[in-house]
Design a binder for this molecule. Sequence first.
Ligand code: NAD
Ligand code: GLY
Length: 375
Amino acid sequence: MTGTAAVDTVHVDLGSRAYDVRIGRGLIARAGDKIAPLLRRRRVTVVTDATVGPLHLDALRQGLGGIEMTALTLPAGEATKGWPEFTRTVEWLLAEKVERKDIVIAFGGGVIGDLVGFAAAVLRRGVRFVQIPTTLLAQVDSSVGGKTGINSTHGKNLIGAFHQPSLVLADIDVMDTLPARDFLAGYGEVVKYGLLGDATFFDWLEVNGPTLARGDKALRQQAVSHSVSMKARIVERDETEEGDRALLNLGHTFCHALESATGYSDRLLHGEGVAIGCALAFELSARLGLLSQETPGRVRAHLRAMGMKTDLSDIPGDLPDADALMSLMAQDKKVQDGRLRFILARDIGEAFVTDDVPPDLVKALLTEALSLRHG
Ligand code: NAD
Ligand code: GLY
């Protein structure tokens, strides 16, 4: 882990679509300085949500200095990430007369970032946008890499486009107002990076995770910067997920089925589903003889120590049976030629992609995990 400078910059080197991710404290207060060089005219449109807006929009307006700003506030929560609010956003941007050379700002968590990025991708066949992520999940994952989109009744994130932002400003201070549950959900994605590709980072998280969760800013910045640089290197190798980028989906095959089964509701936040999904992926890997029986226990012990959801029994309310969960998994974008793709691991930090997993084994794992809910 590198030390913490005032502002860390991670460059995402994608040729003509390259951009910087700036990570540090007080960035919203200086947003105008960072965004002004991108502007052809001193005017931006901002889309936020009903929680972030009242808390932070005035600070952004001030931080933009002399740049004129108009804002649209959408309802908060995953249900916003669908056609109705997407259509509303696109129509609002058109009513605001946003032009090809303008900048749209996504100011919120992953829901706002994904929806606004997709709106920017299709508006006038593509306008530039800036991500100002306000949750831990959005800072370490969704604001970087250009995956944008909305949910369908057929499943999560099934409608979308690759559209890279022109700049990402990850202000560590904005997370001061984030509820502990949302912070920990985002931490699920942070742990994911250690588990998929960096055992040393996982060791570091085992030591520093609890302090970081309690609010230590320097540790938070280190964790965000390290996660973003890991993601940047993967996205540079494989922007459109032909290969390596699928590693970022560790835990997601299980997670998306669980999110669908819980109706994308408050019962299970995305990052919580990722954490449970990672624990299941490591358990599945152990059952396939890929790693030692102790390793899934170590993963679960860290999630537990952080006070995170770790098992299916941590999800309140009823869940469908293993067959129904398997059908929900089959709707996942990662299905290829009817075969489910899983991200498994040979050790902590050594994940790989495979479609060679016997469905019976997955079903047995889920049946057992579900039975523990009642046991
Ligand atoms: P979110 O955007 O719903 O934010 C969580 C909650 O926190 C919301 O209620 C929001 O209003 C509130 N909030 C946001 N910032 C706050 C702040 N600073 N203070 C107080 N409250 C704040 O959810 P999320 O967890 O940020 O993102 C989840 C979404 O991200 C999912 O839709 C998921 O599919 C998507 N995602 C996308 C990618 C990608 O690569 N595009 C990667 C991971 C996740
Ligand atoms: N969050 C997965 C990806 O960006 O590919």
